[in-house]
Write a protein of this length. Structure first.
Length: 124
């Protein structure tokens, strides 16, 4: 059920940005979702379709790019496929990627013109 709360937060942020940009409507939302977040993309899509009617995003398409969980040894820097077993250094693991939950961009329609707003690189 945590996907509903997450989806509501995403939609709220997208609508706020759409209003800030004087959008007539939101056409598309692209999310980056790390496998390590334990979020089911199909649930996010289901809840998105359920809560978007009557909003600026009522006709928006939701694109979700799933990013793989990548781990490595902090000592020897070897890429590791799973938490256990780790590498032979036994130094544990660090997460390189796969914990993302990012709105990569939204496409808005301001009258008949489409504009894309991307999050600045390195911004949290």
């Amino acid at each position: 059920m945590h996907e509903l709360t997450i989806t509501e937060s995403i939609l709220s942020q997208v609508i706020a940005e759409g209003r800030k940009q004087n959008a007539a409507r939101i056409r598309k939302i692209k999310l980056l979702l790390g496998e390590g977040m334990s979020i089911v993309p199909e649930c996010v899509r289901f809840y998105f379709d359920m809560i978007k009617p009557g909003t600026l995003a009522a006709t928006a398409k939701l694109e979700i790019e799933t990013l793989p969980l990548r781990l490595r040894c902090p000592k020897c820097r070897a890429e590791i496929k799973e938490f256990v077993p780790a590498c032979r250094c036994a130094a544990g693991v660090e997460i390189v990627s796969g914990q993302e939950l990012t709105i990569e961009y939204i496409e808005i329609v301001a009258s008949e013109k489409t504009t894309r707003f991307e999050k600045a690189k390195g911004a949290g």
